[in-house]
Design a protein around this ligand. Structure first.
Ligand code: NI
Ligand code: MN
Length: 225
């Protein structure tokens, strides 16, 4: 699988020719150019905050056959904005996809659509593929069910480390200890001053205190995992 960071909490995953875009929000014009050039079959949106969904509608227009996966209230809201193909869900539920399946997980966070509408609850996703599972924690604080999520066998865990609105580095380290993924990828940091963090020192702690390999991306960078 090929994973690309499009900055902030926006990720692009290509598995066996299928492309999955997570939390479309292009924080800069250079990132937008990269993001808009990538193929998209599925869009996964964790919650309704603008830094996770402000580019959903434009991406769906650009890729009219793409499918939007998200919380029931969130995808219904986007349905009214012209998004044609949606797959609603909620934590505990699994949706079958062409590449495998997507399981909705809890996330300890709020969710409100850009116009103030109720967005349901914030969620995370386990993306299950033939090449392993990717856990996208979304915006969340630490919660004990992360141990349960880890029991399913996670290859890549994408976790926020920015603090203030999500887990900071300490909680994210505790999360990795119970999820026990093969790879740990920090997300949701350094986009703005209030979430400034040092991913290198976090990666050092992950390396010293767990058996997980930390993996830091630069915005726009892709890695084969
Ligand atoms: Ni948020
Ligand atoms: Mn956020």
């Amino acid at each position: 699988m090929k994973l690309t960071w499009l900055g902030h909490a926006c990720w692009h995953l290509n598995v066996d020719g299928t492309s999955i875009l997570i939390d479309p929000f292009f924080a800069s014009e250079s990132i937008r150019k990269i993001g808009e050039a990538l193929p998209v079959d599925y869009i996964l949106c964790t919650h309704g905050h603008a830094d996770h969904c402000s580019d959903v509608v434009s991406i769906c227009k650009r890729h009219p056959n793409s499918v939007l996966i998200g919380c029931f209230e969130l995808v219904n809201w986007f349905g009214k904005k012209g998004v044609r193909s949606v797959e609603p869900g909620n934590p505990g539920g699994t949706i079958m996809t062409s590449f495998g399946s997507v399981t909705f997980t809890f996330a300890s966070h709020s969710s409100q659509m850009p116009d103030g509408a109720y967005g349901g609850i914030a969620v995370g996703f386990i993306i299950n593929t033939k090449e392993g599972s990717v856990y996208v924690a979304g915006d969340t604080g630490y919660f004990n069910d992360m141990e349960f999520i880890g029991r399913s066998g996670i290859k890549v865990a994408i976790v926020p480390i920015g603090d203030r609105f999500t887990m900071g580095p300490e909680q994210a380290l505790e999360a990795i200890k119970v999820i026990k993924p093969k790879w740990a990828v920090p997300s949701h940091y350094n986009t703005w001053e209030p979430i400034r963090q040092d991913p290198v020192s976090w990666a050092k702690e992950v390396h010293c205190q767990t058996k997980t390999q930390p993996l830091i991306f630069q915005p726009g960078e892709s890695k084969e995992l």
